[in-house]
Design a protein around this ligand. Structure first.
Ligand code: GLA
Length: 394
């Protein structure tokens, strides 16, 4: 068996949970990195992510009963045995919550497949801001939809995965991760309007720019509560501003002038949150224009400016993430860098000229080591395609 091949690892172990391997099917869902539009999804703004070429591989083998036997390579010895009929929100907070939430939401919508043995292999860093959890959920939603022969738009599959995360797991996340994972396209940045539900694609030629994920070496332990606080801050700011501005559909509609005029309705913290949203909306507009003209230098400047806003106004950065962005931006070939995901630890994403790869890697590693002692382990990606079924047999 080729240990480097995640599908081979899936094939190797499937079957010891009572599934019929002859009827097995395999699915892949990528991770994602959001380049611009940080914390805009639940504020109705535009997000600009790419899907990554690494992600979650999931195989299912049918059983002759209603049981679900779930196992992940990342959590050895933690096999979960349940059944379709036992799935309900709040049942678990363990590793399988995202997987169960997706199976629950998808089977409520499209009906239940037979019992399944499910095995998961991820080749993505876990809990680091590149959406390992949404990618497992999206792979599972795709598995149910395909098994049930459902032909629905990819936006609907994303919405079902999102429902699993918000209702079953209980995280009030926006739609960014699931949308990027289902709608990602090779050599393109997705530009998705989270209020209108419309999207288009902007070119990002992998010969000119690569997406590099840098690990700060810190994980996001406090992220859940702090993320919920940011969502609540934005909701409160919107409610207060709707007094004088009843036509605001979401914070993304707020203009800079309106914030200046009515900002006194908000306390200092809420004003900073709203200012981040207003600035980030402007950056996504400028960034989209820059990409449409192939102006990577200008696109990269928006990315780095986004980090400054996340640090100073939205307050979701950490000293390590700041040091890593600084080291990346100072390294040769870097167009721009910022924290990715919700923040509070995890990874930084940088947009880098591939011709400078060796120099960039050396410089960012040297710079970040000098600041923190950690190795950022640069991982290079080209924007990749979205979730898909894979042949289970080689
Ligand atoms: C997390 C959430 C997303 C989004 C980002 C911040 O990844 O799951 O919905 O809000 O944070 O942009």
């Amino acid at each position: 068996m080729d240990r480097a091949d995640p599908l081979a690892r899936l094939r190797d172990r499937l079957g010891d949970g009572g599934g019929d391997v002859a009827g097995a099917r395999a699915f892949f869902a990528p991770g994602r990195a959001n380049l611009l539009g940080a914390h805009l999804d639940y504020n109705g703004g535009r997000v600009m992510p790419v899907a990554l070429s690494r992600g979650t591989y999931l195989a299912v083998a049918p059983r002759d009963d209603d049981s679900l036997v779930l196992e992940s390579e990342g959590f050895p010895g933690e096999r979960v045995e349940t059944s379709w009929s036992e799935l309900r929100p709040g049942r678990t907070t363990g590793w399988s919550a995202y997987l169960e939430g997706a199976l629950w939401a998808a089977s409520r919508r499209w009906g239940r497949p037979p019992g399944w043995e499910v095995r998961v292999v991820a080749d993505l860093p876990l809990a680091k801001g590149v959406s390992s959890s949404a990618s497992i959920a999206c792979a599972a939603v795709l598995a149910v939809a395909s098994w049930q022969r459902v032909d629905e738009p990819r936006e609907t599959l994303a919405a079902v995965a999102h429902q699993g995360e918000t209702e079953y797991v209980g995280v009030p996340c926006g739609i960014l991760d699931q949308t990027a994972i289902f709608l990602g396209r090779e050599d393109h940045v997705l530009s998705y309007d989270c209020l209108e539900g419309t999207h288009d694609y902007l070119p990002l030629d992998h010969h000119r720019a690569a997406v590099v994920v840098l690990d700060s070496g810190t994980s996001r332990e406090l992220a859940a509560g702090a993320f919920e606080e940011r969502v609540a801050d934005c909701r409160r700011a919107l409610e207060a501003l709707r007094g004088p501005l009843p036509a605001l559909r979401a914070l993304r509609d707020l203009t800079e002038d309106q914030l200046l005029e009515h900002g006194s309705l908000l306390d200092e913290r809420l004003r900073r949150r709203a200012a981040h949203v207003v600035g980030e909306v402007r950056r996504t507009r400028l960034g989209a224009e820059a990409l449409a003209h192939g102006d990577l230098a200008s696109f990269g400047r928006q990315i780095t400016a986004s980090h400054a806003s996340l640090r100073d106004l939205y307050e979701v950065s950490t000293p390590e993430l700041d040091a890593l962005v600084e080291a990346a931006v100072a390294a040769p070939g870097c167009f721009g860098a910022r924290l990715t995901g919700a923040g509070f630890g995890g990874c930084v994403v940088a947009l880098v000229d591939p011709a400078a790869r060796a120099d960039f890697d050396a410089a960012v590693t040297r710079g970040y080591r000098a600041a923190t002692g950690h190795d950022p382990a640069p991982t290079w990606f080209a924007p990749a395609g979205g979730a898909r079924e894979l042949p289970f047999r080689a």
